[in-house]
Design a protein around this ligand. Structure first.
Ligand SMILES: *Cc1c(COP(=O)(O)O)cnc(C)c1O
Length: 422
């Protein structure tokens, strides 16, 4: 068993090399809490998604620190498994990938959430593909390109029904004409036409076909007006998994790559051929006997019925454990599921062991693959009335990410671990 450590190494090594120093060690050291990130599982998920979309290229969506999994190691692992594009929301996230050494030869990098002021110049210099939803951003990007004497790669986004970012059908002819004019001037090249689904996670939803039809029409219009995009794309994870006719040239997968189901309706990760990537665990901080009738945590929303044992779990809402899951959130401790009893506090919560006991330092698993009988991120989503996307993405910065790589060195026992790099 080997351990990889070193933050600066991660930032400086070339793309496909081992990202960190490798040293011998026997086990992960005890810590308050950690989020273990299984990069081998992530690569397996990327391969599985590519098999489902064999004619499309794959964009690994690594926005918001790869949904809490660590943007850089996840981006690298996805590229190793055959992703050729990386996607982020903000330009700052995209520029950080370039700054960390992911070059234009390694991957196309696209970002789509722009606000007035850019940073357009930096994005053009970094060779990013930029999602453009309207005239104000087209004007700003072509002004920046003109000042630099370079051509910006832009991708026009159509609002085919989501009603969020993107250009309305009524405004599309104006945007297409302005982009065509900027191409003629040499300030931009339209590399893509794209849109985003509203309800791809609800199979059979009537908006799906309406959006597909609108997308085909808006693409056809832009192409008859002279735009020659390299890629047309519409599919997020649920569409990649369930709508092969929506794959077009490129699929943009986020949540599925992290081994999390886009919605309970589509099935469990295992049913979708996915392996959960994140395991969130903590060391039990204290175990004690308390008498019957003892209130537990703020507000005393839980009161012990009998003499019992309580275990303190040192994770709270500052770490992303939802306060809304107070009284419900499941944890595997001492071989059984327990429930957060009473309020989840900022840094800690309590479980009732019902008279059983564990040693301080015993492992408490909040969620993982489920293979050891532990809850999953989907279980926490149910307990907190939310979606599993939010559970993994909101794990706080105070929880160290430990990147584990079961594929390196070959055999199943050769577990490489990279820590401290996010
Ligand atoms: C976040 C995002 C995705 C990825 O969505 P998943 O459902 O996580 O696969 C794709 N496209 C856009 C525009 C996004 O913002």
């Amino acid at each position: 068993m080997t351990v990889k450590t070193g933050t600066n190494d991660v930032m400086s090594r070339a793309m496909m090399q081992s990202v960190t120093e490798v040293t011998q060690a026997t086990a992960l050291p005890p810590v308050r809490a950690r989020a273990e990130i299984d990069l081998a599982a992530l690569r397996a998920n990327v391969r599985s998604l590519r098999e489902r979309a064999p004619r499309a290229a794959l964009m690994a969506v690594v926005k918001s620190d790869a949904y809490g999994h660590g943007a850089l190691p996840c981006a690298r692992a996805a590229l190793q498994a055959g992703a050729t594009w990386l996607g982020t929301a903000t330009p700052q996230e995209a520029l950080a990938l370039r700054a960390a050494g992911i070059t234009e030869a390694d991957a196309r990098v696209m970002c789509w959430l722009w606000t007035p002021g850019g940073p357009w110049r930096e994005a053009i210099e970094a060779g990013l593909d930029m999602g453009i939803s309207g005239l104000w951003s087209l004007r700003e990007v072509s002004d920046a390109a003109r000042a630099l004497g370079r051509t910006a790669k832009i991708q026009l986004k159509a609002d085919t029904g989501l009603g969020r970012n993107g250009c309305q059908p009524a405004d599309w002819p104006g945007l297409v004409a302005a982009a065509r004019a900027a191409e003629a001037e040499g300030t931009v090249k339209v590399t893509g036409l794209w849109s985003h689904f509203a309800c791809a996670d609800e199979p059979g939803h009537p908006s799906i076909d309406l959006q597909l039809t609108a997308f085909r029409e808006m693409v056809a219009y832009a192409e008859t007006r002279g735009l020659t995009p390299e890629v047309r794309h519409l599919a997020n994870s649920p569409a990649t998994l369930t709508l092969p006719h929506a794959h077009f040239d490129l699929v943009r997968t986020g949540i599925a790559m992290y081994g999390v189901s886009p919605s309970p309706e589509l099935g469990t990760p295992a049913e979708l051929g996915l392996r959960p990537v994140m395991k969130l665990s903590a060391s039990v901080a204290l175990v004690k006997q308390v008498p019957a009738g003892h209130g537990v945590s703020y507000g005393h929303h839980y009161v012990t019925e009998h003499d019992t044992t309580l275990a303190l779990i040192p994770l709270g809402y500052a770490d992303g454990v939802p306060r809304h899951a107070s009284g419900r959130g499941p944890v595997l401790v001492g071989g059984r599921w327990r429930r957060a009893c009473g309020r989840v506090a900022m840094d800690q919560f309590v479980v009732d062991l019902g008279g059983e006991t564990v040693e301080p330092g015993a492992e408490a698993i909040l969620f993982g693959s489920g293979e050891q009988g532990e809850p999953t991120a989907e279980d926490w989503a149910r307990a907190a009335d939310t979606i599993a996307y939010e559970i993994v993405t909101r794990i706080g910065q105070r929880v160290p990410r430990v990147h584990v790589d079961g594929d390196v060195d070959g055999g199943p026992d050769a577990r490489d671990r990279a820590s401290g790099d996010s």
